[in-house]
Design a binder for this molecule. Structure first.
Ligand SMILES: Cc1ncc(COP(=O)(O)O)c(C=O)c1O
Length: 364
């Protein structure tokens, strides 16, 4: 059969690398169990309040979901004390990235982003025929000065992933504030804060209050990470209501399913669970960072529930062969680089044991 040509912008897209499933890995390495430490999910699950909300929502599965996501939007508006018309709830925050590029990127437009960051920014820009202008990180962190210098007449949007995935780093408060203030108002600044709730640093910019004066600012958050609802697909953006209206034109009508809406509202209500998870995660981050320092293994200081590790030894391969599934990445100058989602103390100890053994063997 003759190949049916896709549109030219799609030809050059590389599909997102999903990696092997836990079942495939068990079979390949003859393992009893695997620990999934590759997708930055919350190892502690979700709030116990979610189960009840889902049970109740089961009674009305034969209806389409509420296309306006009214209950959840009302709860979010109350939680942040911001008008409801500034929220767009989505099928994961990834959907908002897609809607933004769909609505605002035309062929020839440019979007500035970090060279090593969440790959969906670039993919969605390319799909719309735009160009991704990628700027190298500096010590694993966004280089805002260089990003600013890339602005020109073609620039339509700038992505800042804060904290950055996969490096886990944040940009300094003062520097980011200055950047947001000086970017021209006809360019969208998309501040992706998927890991916001994990951040412990005092040098992190609380961006919400800037929305009032900066109608070109868009903040993305999600229920997939600390809220533990990745499997339900629900995220949201907070932005000027005019942008919300534009995105409504290009979104699917029933984009957030019924169970997801109910679960997210319950999860938002249980802030005690969120605080508990953030505290446990911070302790695990300290534990893992300390152990890696002791073993003299390189990593970027992370404000998230994952850590980016790099080495001249094949650590990632060894972790995977031992049933600890991490996400392999590339970092110039290193044989091995990977992102490891933090697990429970037991998971993290298991990972450190594997690294320790490998380094001891190499030292012999
Ligand atoms: C930085 C960042 N943004 C957005 C997302 C998308 O999250 P979701 O679509 O599950 O809300 C992720 C998921 O890994 C992420 O790491």
């Amino acid at each position: 059969m003759a190949r049916i040509q896709t549109k030219s912008s799609v030809e050059k897209i590389v599909s997102y690398p999903l990696g092997s499933s836990p079942e495939e890995l068990k079979e390949k390495f003859n393992l009893m169990a695997v620990r999934k430490m590759s997708d930055n999910e919350n190892v502690y699950g979700c709030s116990p309040e979610v189960e009840n909300s889902i049970s109740k929502a089961m009674n009305s599965l034969y209806f389409y979901p509420d296309g306006t996501v009214s209950l959840l939007k009302r709860k979010l508006a109350g939680f942040y004390n911001i008008n409801q018309d500034k929220f767009l709830v989505s099928n994961g925050s990834e959907e908002i990235i897609r809607l933004l590029t769909r609505a605002y990127i035309s062929p020839g437009d440019e979007a500035i982003m970090a060279q090593i960051t969440f790959p969906r920014y670039e993919t969605n820009v390319l799909i719309e025929g735009g160009s991704a202008i990628t700027v190298p990180l500096q010590n694993g962190t966004h280089n805002l000065n260089t990003m600013y210098a890339q602005i020109n007449k073609k620039t339509k949007m700038i992505f800042i992933c804060n904290p950055n995935n996969p490096t886990g780093t944040i940009v300094g408060k003062t520097e980011l504030l200055q950047f947001i203030k000086t970017v021209p108002s006809n360019i969208l600044i998309i501040l992706d804060e998927a890991y916001y709730e994990y951040v412990q640093s005092a040098d992190y910019l609380e961006s919400i209050s800037l929305l009032e004066k900066k109608p070109n600012l868009i903040i993305l958050r999600t229920f997939s990470k600390i809220y533990g609802l990745a499997g339900l697909r629900v995220g949201y953006g907070i932005m000027d209501s005019e942008i919300v209206n534009e995105l409504h034109k290009v979104k699917d009508v029933f984009n957030v399913n019924h169970l997801a809406q109910a679960a997210a509202a319950a999860a938002l209500h249980d802030q005690g669970f969120i605080r508990e998870c953030a505290e446990k995660n911070a302790k695990e981050m300290e534990f893992v960072s300390q152990k890696l320092n002791d073993l003299q293994v390189g990593f970027f200081p992370s404000q998230t529930n994952f850590i980016y590790i790099f080495s001249q030894y094949p650590i990632a391969e060894n972790l995977i062969a031992n049933g600890l599934v991490v996400r392999q990445l590339k970092l110039e100058g290193y044989l091995d680089a990977f992102r490891m989602t933090l697990g429970t103390r037991e998971d993290n100890e298991a990972a450190i044991d594997v690294i320790n053994k490998l380094l001891n063997e190499k030292a012999v």
